[in-house]
Write a protein that binds this ligand. Structure first.
Ligand code: ADP
Ligand code: MG
Length: 584
């Protein structure tokens, strides 16, 4: 949905901004909704003039610049430009060697560009046309010349632009473009429809659990509805749809691959899909010399992607590799060197599954992991009140890595202190964010405080000392003060009660549980505070009435650890120690 801009003046307003922003490359054609390159017209060079409706950026205006198009004509949203606009833009772009028109195969464009070509001819200006017809979902292979043009527009225009730049005459530029179009196929999938500027409703909706295969770029829904696919399944559908259609006979397998976002699909999501696309194409014997992943021909805010492949011969390979420089696409011409994919080793993805082992660090951290996993959504919601909403995700990811590291350490024979140290490093590494660094320090410094003690020496006093050590490091790092509405507001009371319990002679598990109970109360009380540290401090007022996410997760963690300690040492819960706990 467009939030900025009004339906009536949308085309004029965005073109103004576009030319203002990219004035180093493009300028407006006087009295027309068209742009031409700064150095255009160039005497003796064929002018490549592309166009269509708007809503497809960077197609078409964003593809004007050296090495690509000389000019672009812009219609209203999803509407062909008028013959008059095409004529004026072509005239401004013509350098005496004729004009190659390029556009997707749609009736309105065919009529208006055709009319403009007749007017140019009447004035002695030669023109030819390349109609892009790459969309395999829009017609049968027998009737390929009537298919519509979608993301393949970009590939075909790139070839035409390079041929014109090379100095080919009009017939030569046209022949290269015809070959490019004949070598290009596209197949796409939509997850959600787009909304015209000013409209309240999208042109179509795709069910939550569905995808549409074979989308168009003017909000046309797909030709087939399927259940929602994951990234690899989607890649398979696109590749399976495309492969049988590719004109591979006589080819040595060199291709350009274009994974195109329709407007609302994240680049990161496209890369998730791309790995599988690449593997599948390589397995089919194709050799992607160039790979483009991004937005090239969009459809307003449509959610979805399309996959285009252009099969290369020597000439197309040379032309595609030629450099170009436009607002929407720049290329130095470098060819892809495929590298073996080496997936990152990531302890957050494996290693924390299953029940805890014998080790103490493993057991308490596994309990903590279960607690934060259960509360993940709630912690995220708390963090979203005044900050970025990632605390639940971050702490579960971090704790999973901490468990894996502690488990591995204890299996290696490390004592509790060493296991906690490694767990802290792993937590900080995996979770990132402010709380990742801070929890990492808490774990590691608790471990450091217990160094050199054997299990019999790990008394409540030893633990209280270690926690003091950790809290000190925590404050040194985070610079929080009590009352700043951070984790510290749960840590401080936890630390104090733990010390009191140790002094009164409580056993470790009981002392810890008492302290955890106080921490839980303190975490709830942070709702009355105003944040002074961390992201939330910038929207401090919003946070009133909501507990601090870090303090909340700290209370959950120490509570879970207390329960794990208790179930590990039932003997420690003697009547005597209960009484002492109750008195404090
Ligand atoms: P990020 O703020 O990087 O997104 P998280 O959302 O995971 O990290 O953690 C937010 C929590 O981290 C806060 O609720 C607060 O308890 C704690 N926090 C942030 N900055 C500090 C700091 N300087 N000192 C102590 N605690 C902090
Ligand atoms: Mg956060």
């Amino acid at each position: 949905m467009t939030v900025l801009g009004t339906a009536q003046t949308f085309k004029r307003d965005w073109l103004d901004g576009f030319v203002t922003a990219y004035g180093r490359t493009v300028r407006k054609v006087p009295d027309a909704y068209g742009v031409i390159g700064r150095q255009v017209p160039r005497q003796g060079k064929v002018a490549v003039v592309i166009g269509g409706g708007c809503g497809h950026y960077p197609a078409f205006a964003g593809l004007v610049g050296p090495g690509l198009a000389d000019g672009a004509v812009i219609g209203d949203v999803f509407t062909s430009p008028s013959a008059e606009q095409v004529y004026r833009t072509a005239k401004a772009a013509d350098g005496g060697a004729g004009v190659l028109f390029g556009y997707g195969n749609y009736a309105g464009d065919v009529l208006h560009f055709g009319l403009a070509a007749r007017r140019l001819a009447a004035e002695g200006i030669d023109s030819r046309t390349i109609l892009v017809t790459d969309d395999i979902a829009s017609g049968s292979a027998e009737d390929a010349e009537n298919r519509r043009g979608v993301a393949g527009d970009f590939l075909v225009f790139k070839i035409a632009g390079a041929a014109a730049q090379r100095g080919d005459d009009l017939a030569g530029v046209h022949a290269a473009a015809v070959k490019a179009n004949a070598s290009t196929r596209t197949f796409g999938a939509a997850f959600g429809g787009c909304t015209l500027p000013g409209a309240a409703e999208p042109l179509f909706r795709v069910g939550e659990q569905e995808m549409e295969l074979g989308l168009g770029i003017h909000g046309e829904p797909g030709v087939r509805t399927v259940g929602r696919l994951d990234a690899a399944e989607l890649a398979d559908e696109l590749v399976d749809g495309l492969l049988p259609e590719l004109p591979l006979s006589g080819s040595d397998g060199r291709v350009v691959v274009l994974l195109n976002g329709l407007g609302r699909t994240k680049y990161e999501e496209m890369f998730v899909t791309y790995t599988r696309v690449h593997e599948r194409l390589a397995a089919a014997g194709l050799n992607p010399l160039h790979t483009e992943v991004g937005e090239f021909v969009t459809s307003l805010d449509m959610a979805g992607v399309s996959l285009s492949v252009m099969v290369l011969d020597d000439e197309l390979a040379e032309l595609y590799s030629a450099p170009c420089d436009t607002p929407g696409y720049r290329s130095t011409g470098a060819v892809l060197e495929t590298v073996e994919l080496e997936s990152t080793v990531d302890a957050t993805l494996t290693g924390a599954e299953g029940a805890a082992g014998e080790g103490l660090a493993d057991q308490v951290l596994t309990a903590a992991l279960a607690a934060v996993t259960e509360a993940e959504d709630e912690l995220g919601r708390l963090d979203a009140v005044a900050a970025d909403g990632d605390h639940g995700l971050g702490i579960t990811r971090g704790m999973r890595a901490a468990v894996a590291a502690a488990r591995a350490a204890e299996q290696d024979g490390e004592p509790l202190s060493g296991a906690l140290l490694r767990a802290g490093t792993a937590l900080a590494d995996a979770s990132g964010g402010a709380s990742g660094a801070l929890y990492g320090v808490l774990l590691a410094e608790t471990g450091a405080g217990l160094r050199g003690l054997d299990s019999a020496e790990i008394t409540a006093t030893a633990v209280a000392d270690a926690v003091d050590n950790a809290a000190k490091a925590f404050v040194e790092l985070g610079k929080a003060e009590p009352g700043d509405k951070t984790m510290l507001d749960a840590i401080e009371p936890f630390r104090r009660v733990l010390r009191e319990q140790a002094i009164s002679g409580a056993a470790v598990a009981d002392a810890w549980c008492e302290a955890a109970q106080r921490a839980a109360g303190a975490a709830r009380e942070t709702a009355d505070l105003v944040p002074a540290k961390g992201r939330a401090a910038r929207l401090a007022e919003r946070s009133k009435g909501h507990a601090d996410p870090g303090a909340t997760s700290f209370a959950l963690i120490v509570t879970a650890v207390g329960a794990a300690l208790t179930s590990r040492t039932p003997a420690s819960r003697t009547p005597a120690s209960r009484t002492q706990a109750g008195e404090s």
